[in-house]
Design a protein around this ligand. Structure first.
Ligand code: NAP
Length: 510
């Protein structure tokens, strides 16, 4: 039998598809960027998405109880306000449906390419193009690259010995196994924003639930409420009413910055609300003591819940505060030597957020990798551009996260800034736009100085800070300040190389 030779095309790399812009990721940031490009008349772009659908965080996090903890009237695009939210804090499925509607209504669907995991990107300085490869062997060459891969998209598995030995179903909240049997003895590790939503949902149908807490969170009332047909109809009939509600919510949340970032001593007032909530919901002083945090409220993300404390007081739920020693094939052993047998293990252990890591290998000028540039900690200019990585725009980049309001506000600011830069790049036929290193360094010095005086630096261990203790995730001020700073693309802070200049220089050397 003869062996057929592999088709020549298999060994020869496919030609790269040339485009103005490639956006990586189809969550809120990627969709927002795509909508902004279209609005500016730019159509020569694609959105490469690794998964089989859009949605990002809201496609990945399908655990029972997943919902937003920012009011939906604000947690939505300013250009696509949605009167139909059925609750004050919309559940995951509704947010995902909203994103799908926006993509369709804004004509983004033809630009979306699913199942395209970008594996590398390299800047070709001579051509002023980012060259990308995907896992399925496709190649793209784009004048501008926008990464919109999310700040909380890489689940963090805990480094607990024996984790891989557990014999039952074991999965992270962001990788939920919908078919898993969770009617037996369940263990949940972690007590962050994901855990406090999933525990009240799992507890009623589980035979027993053991919740392993390392650090108790501060929790304030959520006060979620259904929005009935009347309220929805009112916003539909009179859009200015919805805009007013959004405006009021915006300023109410924005006022929190005063305590978080300017006068952390004011956090004591918020702590009083949380203590009162705990007292009202947990009568048992011993349990209450174990649920009382020992750090300043706000240092870690403040959580919102009305059903978490009641769930912990169910007969079939146990709060375990002894440290976990190891995971065994049948359960979890704590430092007091006790082993709890479990049928399934849920890891609500958060994400790699503050790790200085490029979303995929990214090589900038001179072949320098972004991981190398970020060895001392992730840093960017206005959270969006990095010196040595021209024509690259990072959405939800370093220090653009919020502890007090809707991330979509920050995303829209970054999108406007990046769109301004891209328009300049194309309109002036520039080879590259590269933020000046001194500008970036000065920006970050000021940013870190401001962060030093905030509640996030008051001494707790949180995902806001990297292993070295630097806060590389949060924006230290009001969102309107960030909006003002990113309103216009400040070309003066950038090195600009026109295409002609490079050609002329080359001709001179020949
Ligand atoms: P998280 O806030 O980072 O919480 C992770 C939890 O796992 C913490 O309680 C942590 O304890 C614990 N943990 C981690 N490693 C552990 C280990 N080795 N042993 C024992 N415990 C361990 O993660 P998350 O709850 O997924 O939330 C992350 C962020 O996602 C939130 O802050 C929020 O921004 C976002 N989020 C939002 C919503 C929403 O809008 N409703 C919902 C979910 C998530 P320590 O505190 O001691 O580290």
């Amino acid at each position: 039998m003869s062996v057929a030779a592999a088709p020549a095309s298999a060994s020869v790399a496919a030609p790269a598809r040339e485009l103005d812009v490639v956006i990586v990721g189809a969550g809120f940031a990627g969709l927002g960027m795509a909508a902004a490009l279209r609005e500016r008349g730019l159509e020569d772009f694609v959105v490469l998405e690794a998964a089989a659908g859009l949605g990002g965080t809201w496609r990945d996090n399908v655990y029972p109880g997943a919902a937003c903890d920012v009011q939906s009237v604000l947690y939505s695009f300013s250009f696509a306000q949605h009167p139909g939210w059925t609750r004050e804090f919309a559940p995951q499925a509704e947010i995902l449906a909203y994103m799908e509607e926006v993509a369709a209504a804004r004509g983004l669907t033809p630009h979306l390419r699913y199942g395209r995991r970008v594996t590398s990107a390299r800047f070709d300085e001579a051509r002023g193009r980012w060259e990308l490869e995907t896992a399925c062997g496709e190649r793209y060459a784009a004048r501008a690259l926008v990464t919109a891969t999310g700040g909380l998209s890489r689940p963090r598995e805990p480094d607990i010995p024996g984790l891989a030995e557990f014999e039952g179903p074991r999965f992270h909240t962001a990788r939920w196994e919908t078919g898993a049997d969770l009617s037996g003895r369940i263990g949940v590790i972690g007590t962050g924003a994901s855990a406090i939503q999933v525990v009240p949902e799992l507890a009623p149908s589980a035979r027993a639930l053991s919740l392993f807490q390392r650090t108790p969170p501060w929790i304030v009332p959520r006060a979620d409420r259904a929005r009935g047909a009347f309220s929805r109809g009112l916003w539909r009939w009179c859009p200015p009413l919805q805009r007013l509600a959004r405006w009021l919510t915006y300023w109410r949340l924005e006022s929190r910055v005063v305590a978080f970032a300017l006068q952390p001593s004011l956090m004591r007032l918020v702590e009083r609300v949380a203590r009162q909530h705990l007292r009202e919901q947990v009568p048992d002083p011993e349990l209450r003591a174990r649920l009382t945090p020992d750090y300043v409220i706000g240092c870690k993300r403040i959580l919102l819940s009305d059903d978490y404390y009641p769930a912990l007081q169910r007969e079939n739920v146990e709060l375990v505060t002894e440290a976990i020693e190891r995971i065994t094939p049948r359960g979890v052993r704590t430092a007091d030597g006790r082993e709890r047998e479990l049928d399934a293990l849920v890891l609500a252990t958060g994400f790699h957020a503050a790790d200085a890591m490029a979303p995929f290998p990214l090589l900038g000028r001179g072949g320098r990798s972004l991981d190398e540039a970020w060895r001392a900690g992730a840093a960017a200019y206005k959270g969006t551009t990095v010196s040595g990585f021209p024509n690259l725009f990072l959405l939800v980049g370093p220090n653009t996260g919020l502890g007090h309001s809707s991330m979509i506000l920050m995303i829209e600011s970054q999108v406007a800034y990046a769109a301004g830069a891209i328009r300049r790049l194309l309109a002036r036929d520039l080879l590259l736009l590269d933020v000046r290193p001194d500008v970036q360094a000065r920006y970050n010095e000021r940013l870190q100085a401001r962060l030093a005086g905030t509640v996030w630096a008051s001494g707790c261990q949180s995902w806001y800070r990297s292993a070295s203790g630097q806060n590389t995730t949060l924006w230290p001020g009001f969102t309107f300040e960030f909006r003002l700073r990113t309103r216009r693309f400040d070309a003066g802070s950038y090195e600009e190389v026109p295409r002609g200049a490079r050609r002329a220089a080359e001709e001179r050397t020949v």
